[in-house]
Design a protein around this ligand. Structure first.
Ligand code: HEC
Ligand code: HEC
Length: 355
């Protein structure tokens, strides 16, 4: 009889243990304090972390187009043009007005304010790592930085400058004539302006973050919270379905459920592209608030909470957008992980401009 009781108790204990373990797996190992007592968790946790870590890659060198090699002199010229208000129609706005080093190379606003107070409907994205994208702009309408650069100069709502007039204006500045001659062995042309600016932008890179140090083998480079976040990023929250590859962007377009902007549709004309935007890369992300094409999410916590609800109500919403059932603690782990992907951003100043 006694023996029977002992056996039963043992069986019960075993069953309980099994139940604990499986509930553990479902909840994630982060909040297992309450289940108490069991020690095999550590090895299991490490395996999950190692498997998660193996899904990430370092960013590598920025791609440079064959016909626009990087030279010190070209970078310096690009930096002058980037900060020069004379590139705008009223000589009041430069690229740096909306992509300011002190604001993470954005403007800190939800949506941009342009020429003579023009109110834009999109967020000024950061230019950090923008040279790694295959296509630029939120909707990918430019094939690269050279193509992109001439857009804002001419856009009525942005710098509102006629290109022929700009070239005339810059030709009246002897310092610029010399600079272009030195860098390109050529005149001032729209093409050369774009090439110089793009070259400067390729120096604004964030790739040596705590997250990257961790990938490279420094186990203490990121916090335990960030490590939990990494597991969630590839697991329960499946952020990696879109934020994948070296840039943490699949270079593809997705609809997260946000309404009010047709996004990629304007480029392709395909109904299925309505409301799709390019997946953002994530390095440097802690410095580039507010977030999304419309700047509608103020903090990284807001972003993760948005995903946690499964996104908005756009009829074309991606099937990958589903409620995630993350606890607030798990949300904070994901935020910690996103923060670990940021680090020092290159700080450049307005150089002395040619006269
Ligand atoms: C008045 C504000 C404003 C000015 C001035 C401005 N931009 Fe932008 N920039 C934006 C906005 C807004 C977007 C996003 C537009 C979109 O995607 O439709 C953008 C997008 C970009 C992108 C794309 C980034 C990416 O993730 O693909 C780059 C690069 C860029 N700008 C560089 C420049 C350069 C270079 C200049 C100067 C020649 C400049 N911008 C001037 C507001 C501005
Ligand atoms: C279905 C694909 C997809 C999934 C899944 C996804 N993202 Fe995104 N992410 C995007 C796209 C597309 C954008 C740009 C959307 C926009 O601008 O409206 C974006 C933007 C972001 C931004 C803001 C970038 C910026 O510069 O404003 C952050 C941060 C972010 N995602 C983090 C995450 C996290 C964390 C997860 C997981 C919880 C996640 N994403 C899951 C596709 C995805």
């Amino acid at each position: 009889m006694k023996r029977m009781k002992l056996l039963l108790t043992l069986l019960l204990a075993l069953l309980l243990l099994a139940a604990c373990n499986s509930s553990n797996e479902a909840d994630g190992p982060a909040d297992n304090d309450a289940t108490g007592g069991e020690e095999p968790a550590t090895t299991e946790v490490d395996e999950e972390l190692e498997a998660a870590k193996a899904k990430f890659e370092p960013l590598g060198e920025i791609p440079v187009p064959e016909d626009n090699e990087m030279t010190e002199e070209k970078i310096a010229l690009g930096q002058m043009l980037y900060f020069d208000e004379r590139l705008s129609g009223n000589n009041k706005l430069s690229c740096a007005s909306c992509h300011a080093p002190g604001a993470g190379y954005g403007d800190g606003l939800a949506t941009f304010i342009g020429f003579e107070g023009f109110e834009g409907h999109r967020n000024s994205p950061t230019i950090i790592n923008s040279g790694y994208y295959k296509e630029n702009f939120w909707d990918g309408r430019a094939g690269g930085l050279e193509e992109q650069a001439l857009g804002p100069i001419q856009a009525e709502g942005e710098m509102n400058q006629n290109l022929d007039e700009l070239i005339e204006e810059l030709n009246a500045v002897p310092g610029y004539v010399d600079e272009f001659n030195k860098v390109f062995n050529d005149k001032i042309t729209a093409d050369n302006i774009a090439k110089a600016i793009a070259t400067f932008e390729r120096t604004i890179v964030v790739k040596d973050t705590a997250f990257d140090k961790y990938l490279a083998g420094d186990d203490d480079a990121i916090s335990d919270e960030a490590k939990e976040g990494m597991k969630l990023f590839v697991g329960k929250a499946s952020c990696i379905s879109c934020h994948a590859g070296p840039l943490l962007s699949d270079h593809n377009y997705h609809n997260l459920g946000m309404e009010g902007d047709d996004g990629r549709f304007a480029v392709t004309g395909n109904e299925t592209d309505k409301g799709k935007f390019r997946t953002s890369g994530l390095r440097g992300i802690a410095d580039t608030a507010p977030y999304m094409h419309d700047g509608s999410l103020a903090t990284l916590e807001d972003v993760v909470n948005y995903y946690n609800t499964g996104g908005g109500a756009h009829p074309n919403k991606s099937e990958l957008m589903k409620p995630l059932n993350l606890t607030q603690e798990e949300v904070s782990y994901l935020v910690a992980f996103l923060e670990s992907m940021s680090g020092d951003i290159p700080m450049v100043e307005k150089p002395e401009l040619p006269q």
